[in-house]
Design a protein around this ligand. Structure first.
Ligand SMILES: Nc1ncnc2c1ncn2[C@@H]1O[C@H](COP(=O)(O)OP(=O)(O)OP(=O)(O)O)[C@@H](O)[C@H]1O
Ligand SMILES: [Mg+2]
Length: 588
């Protein structure tokens, strides 16, 4: 548990009252009922449900307006003047909710999360045990300056402006292995949000080695061009031998409790036992999460895509882009688990020539190739691209932060969705201190060791938890809801590519293979919990019975004394022996 220098409250209020509403909030996929917005106004006929021939075009057969005139401003030429490329930064400035910046308290969490995720990824990739410092300093009402500093490998000077001042720029998108970052948007989007709400640039200090100079940059984004603008570039004195410090000023709100920054950092410590984390909250309070293990997670290896997951369009562009000169070579070089023999079989089934030039194949041949792949038995993808937490570590992490009467955890074998390897881990804590027995269980979701705080109802993890059938394990569960009871559920999905439902990486998409694996992991844990609960019930019943019998023992002693004329000492002895026998029979 974190040690605090000042008062001891909140953070793990986490297990008192979860995000109860969202689990049940998943609305059925039906058309919305008529509302004030979509219902026809009084006196206006409802839109016809079916159009007769030409009916949609009204009076004029060419689709002119009511007066038979086309609007000059809407001509193809006029519209052509307005048609132009949209920069990715402009797009996300308008759609910042897609990146997790839809309200001020979420914006604070997202900003810190993006920086911490990057720090953890960078340290692990470099084989450095991460030590991360997070600071949130209030600078005005609803305005904070955040700083995230790591002891990672640092960033090469020339790359700093692009990493922080250009969306869709990163090192992980094209690599198929488990990492927290995927998209190359995270930290530049956080900087862009800061710039948008405060006008301030992102400040970065970084050093790659003790002997190298430390560089400080201030970077803004030119949102029209999606290009960095450097406003400061200097060499500075910095005490860190290597690492990166990112500072962003932003409009935000700091909350406590569930889904807060404090909560995210505590959960991050659970999922990353090798992390040394310190945090200064906006009130100046210091938190410290010590490292629990000195062992770095097993290093995930990058893999090539598996042929079973490839789609036609992707296959066509791969055929065009490859450096291989023959189809036979292409299959072996671009995919995992394809050796010479498997490549022969695919090409034969596809009825193509092994020596055919990949770039010369058209759409039809690519489709044939896809059929060839589908008809060939190919080994499942390698799973060394994954780095699970491990059942023992997951349970230990949970024990660190929760006081409960029973714990269990499971780490399943890897499986595959759309050609991407993934695996699921789950842990349960039952009889959690301070959790009421009549409230919904608390669910903690993780993807690639990152706690997921929002969109619980839309997440495959929640759906699988609901579908796990908790009544079988002695728990109450209302239809379509999480189980009820003093239960904390943790589920972790680790994948070379986590299929998030949006760029803000808050919920996992419901692929059937993923739903199934999560359900199986939970059922495994559920069975252990069921046994514990049944054992507990049996013991409670036996205790109740023996307490009942015990209340009669003194009367039996009295009656025996009267009937058999026993002395008081003999009566005491009889009562003692009977109580003793009862106690022993209960233990049996
Ligand atoms: N603290 C850091 N230390 C070293 N490299 C970093 C650090 N922060 C970012 N980077 C580099 O900058 C790149 C871009 O980061 P960014 O967060 O924008 O994208 P990402 O992490 O690749 O993907 P995502 O958008 O999913 O977070 C990373 O891929 C990484 O190579
Ligand atoms: Mg990132």
């Amino acid at each position: 548990m974190a040690t605090r220098k000042r008062s001891e409250t909140s953070t793990f209020d986490l297990f008192a009252g979860g995000e109860t509403g969202t689990a049940t909030a998943a609305a059925p996929a039906v058309l919305p009922p008529a509302t004030a917005q979509n219902a026809p106004a009084a006196g206006v006929p409802a839109a016809p449900t079916r159009r007769g021939k030409g009916g949609a075009r009204g009076g004029s057969e060419r689709g002119a307006g009511a007066a038979g005139q086309r609007r000059a401003s809407g001509s193809a030429e006029e519209q052509a003047k307005k048609q132009r490329e949209i920069s990715i930064s402009e797009f996300f400035t308008k759609n910042r909710h897609l990146l997790g910046f839809d309200n001020p308290s979420k914006a604070l969490l997202t900003t810190i999360k993006e920086a911490v995720d990057n720090s953890l990824d960078a340290c692990e990739e470099a084989g450095i045990l991460p030590a991360i410092r997070v600071e949130v300093v209030p600078v005005a009402e609803e305005r904070f300056r955040i700083a995230v500093e790591d002891n990672g490998p640092g960033i090469v000077r020339a790359q700093i402006p692009r990493i922080f001042g250009k969306l869709l720029y990163g090192s992980k998108f094209h690599t198929l292995k488990q990492s927290r970052g995927q998209q190359g948007i995270g930290i530049s989007a956080a900087g862009m949000y800061g710039q948008l709400t405060t006008g301030k640039p992102v400040r970065i200090t970084s050093r790659t080695a003790p002997k190298a100079a430390a560089h400080r940059f201030e970077v803004r984004i030119n949102t029209q061009k999606n290009e960095p603008i450097i406003t400061l570039d200097e060499v500075v004195d910095w005490e860190s031998p290597h690492g990166t410090r990112v500072e962003i000023e932003l409009a935000a709100v700091h909350k406590r409790g569930r889904r807060s920054v404090d909560d995210y950092l505590a959960l991050t410590a659970v999922a990353n036992p090798h992390l040394e984390l310190s945090y200064r909250d906006p009130g100046g309070e210091e938190f410290h999460y010590p490292r629990v293990t000195e062992a770095l997670p097993h290093e995930a290896q990058a893999i090539k895509p598996h042929p079973y997951g490839v789609e036609l369009g992707i296959l066509m562009s791969m055929l065009e882009a490859t450096k291989s000169r023959s189809l036979h070579g292409f299959l072996q070089e671009e995919f995992s688990r394809v050796g010479a023999k498997v490549a022969d079989e695919i090409v034969e089934r596809a009825m193509l020539r092994p020596q055919a030039k990949p770039g010369s194949l058209g759409r039809d041949q690519a489709e044939q190739l896809l059929h060839g792949i589908a008809g060939t038995k190919i080994m499942a993808p390698p799973t060394n691209c994954l780095s699970p937490i491990g059942a023992v570590e997951l349970e230990a992490g949970l024990r660190k932060v929760v006081a409960a009467e029973f714990f269990t955890a499971v780490s399943r074998r890897p499986a595959v969705y759309r050609g991407n390897p993934f695996l699921v881990e789950a842990a349960l804590a039952w009889g959690v201190a301070g959790m009421p027995a009549d409230e919904l269980a608390v669910l903690n979701r993780y993807a690639n060791r990152v706690p997921l705080q929002y969109q619980q109802g839309a997440c495959a993890i929640t759906k699988s938890v609901i579908a796990a059938g908790w009544k079988n394990y002695g728990l109450a569960q209302a239809k379509g809801a999480l189980p009820t009871g003093p239960l904390a559920i943790s589920v972790h999905i680790a994948s070379a590519w986590v299929p998030f439902t949006s760029e803000s990486k808050e919920a996992v998409a419901s692929y059937p293979e993923i739903l199934r694996e999560i359900r199986l992991a939970l059922q495994d844990c559920g069975r252990q919990l069921g046994q514990h609960i049944r054992r507990g019930k049996r013991l409670a019943e036996a205790r109740q019975k023996s307490d009942y019998i015990k209340s009669y023992i003194p009367h039996i002693g009295e009656a025996l004394r009267e009937i058999l004329g026993l002395s008081e000492a003999r009566e005491r002895l009889v009562v003692e022996r009977l109580s003793d026998t009862l106690e022993r029979s209960r233990k049996v």
